[in-house]
Write a protein of this length. Structure first.
Length: 704
């Protein structure tokens, strides 16, 4: 999430920040706008945010029959009492905790932003980055001037050869135009990092936005065209020129969208597995002049590159020739501007907000400036800001308790694999080997990223942003040809999320999520196994979902399944895909069961093994057994299911529900709860639900 990856890491949930900006949902590149689409007119004082609660009976709506709609039963009062704040597009328990964390980061940054020569290097970097973002007066006075060197460079391009030079230059400073270029573990030798080029270059959240003929998609394209036109006008272009440039951008991006694979197709690792000699890529798509391009980026030399997918480059190759040079210059200009929109003066920030946040996500108001500046500092300098955050919040006992829970969940999954009714011994053995090899990372990195070469200055937001992006790009390029560093993290410590990485074969839990409502040191086992226990189970199950199951214990794309077991797996995941495709996200928009298959498989598996772990913990511990009676009127198992469900209490704007149904591999909260529980016999037993009721599926799906 922090850096570009073409191997999908499986998150627990869509990023909180990503949910606030339609832009980031579709772009792998971390543009400035994903962190800071929103700025407020006035520096609002921060209201104190209380630490969220774990399982809370007051959040329920007990007037609802739990066997008809458990989500509403568990979350009804919370949903009623927690409308979406006007500066958000979606509001749930994740957001509550993220706001709590943001408050801590805010205090750290306010303290470190004073111009004190005695500050440590880390404090100076995060403090002055934050100051440069908060200094709205300087930002407004500069207008778009900080982009002038890049825009002048583009204006000076007079041939397609020079166009390639500028492509290299833009990639090297972190503006990923036309496609993505980075580094990733070799799919067949995960211990080594190789170069990777992938499809990209779009500004709308998904390829379908450019191509679908329905009225909503047509409207979105008209709005996008008007937005791009407005942004060019803010740069000083006249109406006619701005309109022409916007059309050129739309034409080029539409060609790239046509060349790109659909999201669902990209889930299949075989469509991401095309290592070839650089010579072959150069032949495949000669107009890209890849040898010249790679050399121009400053990346170290390499002979082989993974191409994702070759079709994209083959098809897009024609566009380089057919689109006039002037159109390409407009396209580059747009990407430089769009990627930095939220770093510029107020008119740019507001125009950017009105399209990406308001129109695409249904957010009514901009976030207060301090919030977006905290978020941007976390996004850009996460392992610097993470250091004081961890010191302040994460005790050693947190890590020890978490390790115990991970052990418990791993034992449950091991037992689950042994008892799985549909798997033959041969595959079962391999699955156990893979599970045993899964490692975990908890809290924060053993070794922090060294930002020593990054210069951060007060009053220079765009300059600071370029410093960090350039640093991250060089770091990525320098990995090419080197061994994989398994200790590296893909998320900053304060992040409220978790992930499984198939190449590392590891599960990762940043300090930010190890708090209520997920993990509460004062709560009983039922609540914690329903919260963080299911999260751990979810991440472990990702190792065995539609994507993870194709990677072996060492993170290599290797088939360890018998044909019969794979066929049974496909049948069973097909059941899950059909189930979730039946759910409606908003209006006539259904969930895409194939897009969300990995996450739904992980939710179902995670719930099952967390309950197994809870039962085992209660059976083993006599003291706990003594506590196994009702609490708040609920049995331990009922509390387990309620705790799990309340993690997913949320409200969302219809706009964001529409956008996420198209782009987010996670189902919305309602279906993460009801879709999962209706497959669970244990749930039905715990609440006395009978066949024929909505929460009891007539066609219950089970993979793990
Ligand atoms: Zn997940």
């Amino acid at each position: 999430m922090l850096f570009k990856k073409t191997i999908a890491v499986c998150l627990l949930a869509a990023g909180i920040a990503a949910a606030q900006s339609g832009k980031s949902a579709g772009q792998k590149t971390k543009s400035a706008s994903s962190a800071a689409t929103q700025a407020a007119a006035q520096p609002a004082e921060a209201k104190p945010v209380a630490r969220p609660k774990s399982f809370d009976p007051a959040a329920m709506d007990t007037s609802v029959n739990p066997c008809e709609d458990f989500y509403q039963y568990a979350c009804g009062s919370w949903r009623k009492n927690n409308p979406i704040p006007s500066d958000q597009s979606r509001w749930g328990r994740f957001n509550e905790l993220a706001e709590y964390n943001r408050q801590i980061l805010h205090e750290i940054l306010e303290k470190n932003s004073a111009d004190d020569p005695k500050r440590s290097p880390v404090a100076q970097k995060v403090g002055d980055f934050y100051q440069s973002c908060m200094d709205e007066k300087t930002i407004d006075a500069k207008g778009s001037a900080p982009l002038k060197p890049e825009l002048d460079r583009i204006a000076g391009i007079s041939s397609k050869d020079q166009l390639i030079d500028d492509l290299s230059h833009l990639h090297a400073i972190g503006v990923n135009v036309l496609f993505n270029f980075g580094a990733q573990p070799d799919l067949h030798n995960a211990s080594t990092i190789i170069a990777n080029v992938g499809q990209g270059g779009l500004s709308l959240p998904d390829r379908d936005y450019y191509l679908k003929p329905d009225p909503k998609s047509q409207e979105t394209r008209q709005k996008y065209l008007a937005h791009v036109t407005n942004m060019f006008k803010l740069l000083g272009d006249d109406d006619a020129a701005a309109g022409q440039e916007a059309q050129a951008v739309m034409d080029i991006e539409t060609q790239l969208a046509e060349a790109a694979f659909e999201r669902v197709k990209m889930r299949d690792p075989k469509n991401r597995d095309h290592k070839m000699p650089v010579d072959k890529l150069a032949e495949l798509a000669p107009n890209f002049q890849f040898k010249k391009f790679f050399a121009g980026t400053g990346a170290p030399g390499f002979g082989e590159v993974n191409v994702v997918p070759p079709d994209f480059f083959q098809k897009a190759n024609g566009a380089i020739d057919s689109a006039p040079l002037a159109a390409w210059k407009s396209y580059l200009r747009w990407h430089v501007l769009n990627g930095a929109a939220s770093l510029l003066s107020k008119p740019f920030v507001e125009e950017n907000f009105s399209f990406y946040s308001k129109y695409l996500n249904g957010t009514k108001e901009m976030l207060p400036r301090w919030k977006r500046c905290v978020q941007m500092t976390d996004f850009q300098l996460g392992e610097a800001l993470g250091q004081p955050y961890v010191q302040q919040t994460f005790g050693t006992d947190g890590k020890a308790r978490m390790l115990k829970l991970v052990d418990a969940l791993e034992s449950s999954l091991a037992a689950d694999i042994q008892d799985l009714p549909w798997m033959t011994p041969e595959t079962r053995k391999q699955a156990a080997v893979k599970l045993k090899a899964i490692t975990n990372k908890i809290g924060y990195p053993d070794k922090w990223k060294d930002y020593g070469t990054v210069t951060i200055k007060r009053g220079d937001l765009v300059g600071n942003f370029r410093q960090v992006r350039g640093f991250e790009v060089r770091r990525t390029y320098n990995k090419i040809g080197k061994p994989l560093d398994k200790k590296e993290w893909g998320m900053s410590p304060p992040t409220v999320n978790a992930y499984y990485n198939p190449s590392n074969n590891d599960i990762n839990f940043p300090a930010g999520i190890l708090q209520p409502p997920f993990f509460d040191k004062d709560a009983d086992d039922a609540v914690n196994f329903g919260g963080i226990g299911v999260v751990i189970g979810h991440e472990l199950t990702h190792g065995f979902d539609d994507q993870g199951s194709k990677f072996d214990a060492n993170g290599n794309l290797t088939n360890w399944w018998t044909d019969a077991d794979r066929a049974e797996f496909d049948k069973r995941t097909g059941c899950v895909a059909d189930e979730y495709s039946g759910f409606v996200a908003v209006d006539d928009v259904h969930l895409d069961g194939k897009l969300t298959l990995g996450e739904n498989t992980a939710d179902n598996g995670g719930l099952r093994i967390a309950l197994m772990a809870l039962r085992k913990a209660m059976a083993e511990d006599a003291a706990k057994k003594a506590n196994a009676g009702k609490k708040d009127g609920f049995t331990p198992e009922q509390r387990f299911f309620l705790s799990f469900s309340q993690i997913w209490c949320q409200n969302a704007t219809p706009e964001s529900s529409r956008l996420l149904a198209k782009t987010d591999p996670h189902s919305p909260g309602q279906y993460r709860v009801n879709g999962t529980l209706q497959n669970s016999e244990d749930f039905a037993k715990a609440f006395g639900c009978k066949a024929g009721q909505k929460m009891v599926s007539a066609n219950a799906c089970r993979v793990w």
